[in-house]
Design a protein around this ligand. Structure first.
Ligand SMILES: Cc1cc2nc3c(=O)[nH]c(=O)nc-3n(C[C@H](O)[C@H](O)[C@H](O)COP(=O)(O)O)c2cc1C
Length: 317
């Protein structure tokens, strides 16, 4: 498949395995890159040494392009930026802050810059600032979410932006990829589906909880804290958190303390009762663990079939 995204990143398929804190590291990212798509190492919550080692480990495992994700609210973002500029992954995705000041320094180091954008206003500013592409991520996604659905973002942003737009949030198969491409996107970013990749080191308890879950099993916590919500599987942790949000007795600081470390607790330690099993809403299709290569081949094959079917609609007119 060829789109502006495959051209930009020199990859075969227009699929990015999105950054997932405590989940996406070199093993998964290299497997995805070797299969012809591309992946992103999540630096969220990690120190500088880990970041450097993972980027180097990934280069050992693949000679294909891959990216890293820098969360702009991280206390160590400047140190991480230095590591990124020295290690030169093919691209960087930027989120949770204003990416504009980071665009030029990264590009001058030969690194492509792809911010994750929640609104048209920011998308336009970022396009003007010279970003290589943007990712729009709907609230169907796992992890931190914005306020618009994937469909609303596509309708609001795709007609207005000329650099390549990649769509994320609730896309788990080729139907979703085809829909994004037909609407004018140049690719899709998927996170949740890749948690179930064989090469993904997320704890088996997290993978099994996702396999067991169905479409209505995720909830959003943190909506009342003012920093946007976080989508995870409903469990004892989310029940406790949501009760604390609504009982009027806790402060946002106390709740942020309650949530601290819960993504790691689920993904690394496998505590799917007290941890946050962050995952998107496309749950019914997340049914089995399989190699990253199978996921990419199936998604692209399905997308091609869907696009062919869509073409028949015109031929019938
Ligand atoms: C477990 C998990 C952790 C995530 N962590 C990050 C992160 O650190 N940085 C980021 O930009 N996006 C993060 N995301 C969002 C993904 O990169 C991606 O955009 C999202 O998963 C797409 O929606 P989907 O889950 O429906 O596929 C995370 C998503 C999940 C499921």
């Amino acid at each position: 498949m060829r789109t502006a995204l495959t051209e930009l990143l020199n990859i075969e398929y227009p699929i990015i395995q999105g950054a997932m804190a405590w989940v996406s590291e070199s093993n998964l990212v290299a497997a995805v890159a070797n299969a012809g798509a591309t992946g992103v190492i999540a630096l969220g919550g990690r120190d500088v040494e880990w970041a450097r080692n993972e980027i180097r480990a990934c280069k050992e495992l693949t000679d294909k392009p891959f990216g890293v994700n820098l969360m702009l609210m991280a206390d160590n973002k400047d140190e991480l930026l230095t590591v990124i500029i020295e290690e030169k992954p093919a691209f960087v995705t930027l989120g949770a802050g204003n990416p504009v000041p980071y665009i030029k320094p990264l590009q001058e180091a030969g690194i492509k810059v792809i911010p994750v954008v929640p609104s048209l206003k920011l998308a336009k500013r970022i396009e003007e600032a010279g970003a290589d592409a943007i990712i729009i991520e709907g609230m169907e996604a796992g992890g931190h979410i914005g306020s618009q659905t994937t469909m609303a973002l596509m309708e609001n942003i795709l007609p207005e932006i000329n650099i390549p737009v990649i769509v994320a949030g609730g896309i788990v198969d080729g139907r979703g990829l085809a829909a994004a491409l037909i609407m004018g996107a140049q690719g899709a970013q998927m996170g949740s589906r890749f948690i179930l990749a064989e090469e993904c080191k997320a704890h088996p308890n997290m993978k099994n909880a996702i396999i067991k879950a169905t479409d209505t099993d995720s909830v959003v916590t943190g909506l009342l804290s003012g920093h946007g919500g976080v989508r995870s599987l409903r469990n004892e942790f989310t029940d406790r958190y949501i009760a604390a949000e609504t009982d009027g007795k806790t402060t946002p600081e106390e709740r942020s303390q309650m949530a601290k470390g819960t993504n790691k607790l689920a993904a690394v330690d496998g505590d799917v009762v007290n941890g946050a099993v962050q995952v998107g809403q496309g749950l019914n299709r997340l049914t089995k663990i399989e190699p990253a290569r199978f996921i990419i081949q199936e998604v692209t094959h399905e997308a091609i079939m869907e696009i062919r079917k869509a073409k028949r609609l015109i031929d019938l007119i």
